[in-house]
Design a binder for this molecule. Sequence first.
Ligand SMILES: NCc1[nH]cc(CCC(=O)O)c1CC(=O)O
Length: 309
Amino acid sequence: MQTKPFRIGTRGSPLALAQAHEARDRLMAAHGMPEEMFEIVVLTTKGDRITDRPLAEIGGKGLFTQELEEKLASGDLDFAVHSAKDMPTVLPEGLHLSAYLPREDIRDAVIGRTAPKLIELPHGATVGSASLRRQALIRRMRPDIKVITFRGAVETRLRKLDEGQVDATLLALAGLKRLGKVEVITDILDPDTFPPAPAQGAICIESRIGDQRTDDLLAAINDPATHDAVSCERAFLAALDGSCRTPIGGYAICEGDRLKFSGLIITPDGRNQHSVTIDGNRRDAAALGTRAGQDIRARAGSSFFDDWS
Ligand SMILES: NCc1[nH]cc(CCC(=O)O)c1CC(=O)O
């Protein structure tokens, strides 16, 4: 039996740490392994250091993963635990997403200060969110609302809300659950009117292609339904835009051997959108996502993307 501990890479935010611990606990349970077989290694990423500008402006999603991926590639880490939502659609050569933990709730939650629901906020209210998707979907529902860029860890955003900087903010329900903070939630948004980000609520594990020892270990905690749903959603995202500059939402659900996906792209002002639904065999999860993305791209035309990006 192998005795060298597995080195698990994670960011240092409370949410990232909770997710790394969840992955480790599931591995210990699945394999009956002691805690000493795992070492959690915390790294700070560029995305953690720069918190005053929107992600799209400072270079997109890779900012949360680059430092972890460098240490993975060099063998300093055996695997890294991430929010799947934060993963770029194209990974560095030699790395892959080898396991997904069972998915948490995919929906967005409202944390309202002056009213519980978005539709009940006072006229001209201010909502804080750095997500282009959330900003566009809020404007679609409430064109009078002023949306301001609001970044930082979940705790920072809740503090800014408490201080009265905004009337409300939106956060992923999954993150709030993992942090044990559901009591702040004042409303939960229906995914059909307020679609989540692709891969929202899912934790993925990244490892080196060909590292059989690690991938054998991880296979025991992979959740196939999450794997297939998120593969579809990520393929949809990749077919449309990997850059994080286009508001994109969508989610897939697996039922038996079938998979159902619905997705949308929307302009930042919330006035124009194209949506798609598709279903097929789960085996073709990624191909279904790609087809849905290509379908939207063909209908929207390139001008949809040119007009504002
Ligand atoms: N981009 C930040 C991020 N990445 C993952 C989550 C939440 C957890 C998840 O969606 O799995 C969050 C915070 C949020 O959107 O509220």
